[in-house]
Design a protein around this ligand. Structure first.
Ligand code: PLP
Length: 433
């Protein structure tokens, strides 16, 4: 059954009347999506869209993937929830697979229901292990919406309070193309960021518990630090006994193409101490979690539980989704198709002065927009491009300080033909603004 445009307007009014004003909502006439298949979704008016944002990087493999739908249905038919007070086969199996994939030796996995809670747990583990509430975080970062995670979120558009109980020091390195070190070559850039980190540590009175960082900043606009940045940071952290938390909520599972985890582009000197994940692993089902070395994970002095973390239905989805991802080499697909898409978008951008930069890796591509002829970010242009792309049957995301960067992160099964169709629609949308 399709709906009329006035139904959407009425639904929007009801949304505004009952949901918080700060709950981010795209488009002047917000979309009501009713179903999806593959890389496509449909709205209530019957329009089809190529989904270049994959939910919010949540639809990792494909919409309505039969393998995942079947696993969810079968598990729901047996039992939906048991709680972690009892042994759960799907939870143990998924934990085993994630621990093995993480690269962290003697790894333990704690499941949550979101990325926020995963980072919250990681911060709790790190501050407990190091007996310190000082944290290093990256400028322009995003780690969640809870009281502790907003306290390590450097992107001011998304950190509503400075009253967090954590003492946070913000380090350079998350955004390369702007700021005081822009224009430096890789080595000089890394050296400058390391010097900044050392400087921060001098300012820190007493111990610092951890550095939390996204290998590629997600909400921050799909920024791209030079390879090896976090390996260089790691040397400094190790000297001070500081833990490294890699927030892989957006970068995990091969999305960046060249690597399974974002940290692997950086660290030939070993994995992080803690790794957090969420978003794509459940293909839309709410799975988050933290992986940590056993000595860090098991040092918590009291019992804890997440009532819905590791819920059998979500775990069944995660297992089916991960199996599909690995069996179909979607990481390789992200590398190939993502590489092609970046090339296409760079060619499009070359003729347009509204585009400052096309950056990214695999199927995580940022397109930063500016006021033509200037270097001033243009959130207005991004908003207009989103609308123009929608009219052409394409959904993309946005991010960066103020929201001036388009974010492209389709389901990782994107085909070459779909990448080309999407690039064409986006080119038309960019030209229209
Ligand atoms: N960490 C990163 C890197 C994210 O991008 C996000 C969400 O966008 C989060 C954490 C928070 O995840 P959630 O929205 O599932 O709480």
């Amino acid at each position: 059954m399709t709906h009329h445009p006035h139904d959407a307007a009425e639904l929007h009014a009801r949304h505004q009347a009952v949901l918080p004003s700060w709950l981010s909502l795209y488009y002047e006439r917000p979309l009501e999506l009713t179903h999806g298949e593959g890389r496509y979704v449909w709205d209530a008016e019957g329009n089809r869209y190529l989904d270049f944002f994959g939910g919010i990087l949540t639809t990792m493999t494909a919409h309505a993937l039969p393998e995942v739908t079947k696993a969810v249905g079968e598990q729901a038919g047996r039992i939906i929830h048991t709680s972690t007070l009892y042994l759960s086969r799907p939870m143990i199996e998924l934990a085993e697979r994630i621990a093995a994939l993480s690269g962290i030796p003697d790894a333990r996995v704690f499941f949550t229901t979101s990325g926020t809670e995963a980072n919250d747990a990681a911060l709790l583990l790190a501050t407990n292990h190091r007996r310190s509430n000082q944290i290093l975080a990256m400028r322009n970062s995003y780690h969640g919406r809870s009281f502790s995670t907003v306290g390590v979120t450097g992107n001011t558009s998304w950190s509503p309070t400075s009253l967090s109980p954590l003492q946070t020091l913000y380090v350079h390195g998350g955004v390369r193309s702007r700021g005081p070190y822009a224009g430096l070559d890789d080595r000089a850039y890394i050296a400058a960021c390391v010097a900044d980190l050392e400087d921060m540590l001098q300012q820190a009175a007493g111990g610092v518990a951890a550095l939390i960082a996204e290998p590629v900043q997600g909400v921050g606009g799909f920024t791209l630090p030079p390879d090896g940045l976090y390996a260089a940071f790691r040397e400094v952290l190790d000297r001070h006994g500081i833990l490294w938390i890699s927030d892989e909520v957006q970068t995990g599972w091969g999305r960046t193409g060249d690597h399974f985890w974002g940290w692997q582009a950086h660290a030939d000197n070993g994995p992080p101490d803690l790794l957090t994940f969420a978003k794509g692993i459940g293909n839309g089902m709410s799975i988050g979690g933290v992986v940590a070395r056993a000595d860090v994970m098991n040092a918590m002095p009291a019992n804890s539980i997440s009532t819905f973390g590791g819920s059998p239905v979500t775990m069944a989805a995660g297992l089916a989704n991960l199996t599909y991802l690995l069996e179909h080499d979607l990481q390789g697909n992200a590398r190939r198709v993502g590489g092609l898409l970046i090339e296409r978008l760079r060619a499009v951008a070359a003729g347009l002065d509204v585009v400052r930069e096309v950056r990214g890796r695999g199927l995580m591509i940022g397109v930063e927009l500016v006021h033509p002829g200037t270097d001033v970010p243009s959130p207005e242009a991004a908003t207009q491009v989103l609308e123009a792309a929608r009219e052409r049957g394409l959904l993309v995301g946005k991010g960066g300080q103020g929201g001036a960067a388009l974010r492209i992160a389709p389901p990782m099964s994107l085909t070459v033909a779909e990448a080309e169709a999407g690039a064409e629609a986006l080119a038309a949308a960019l030209r229209a603004v």
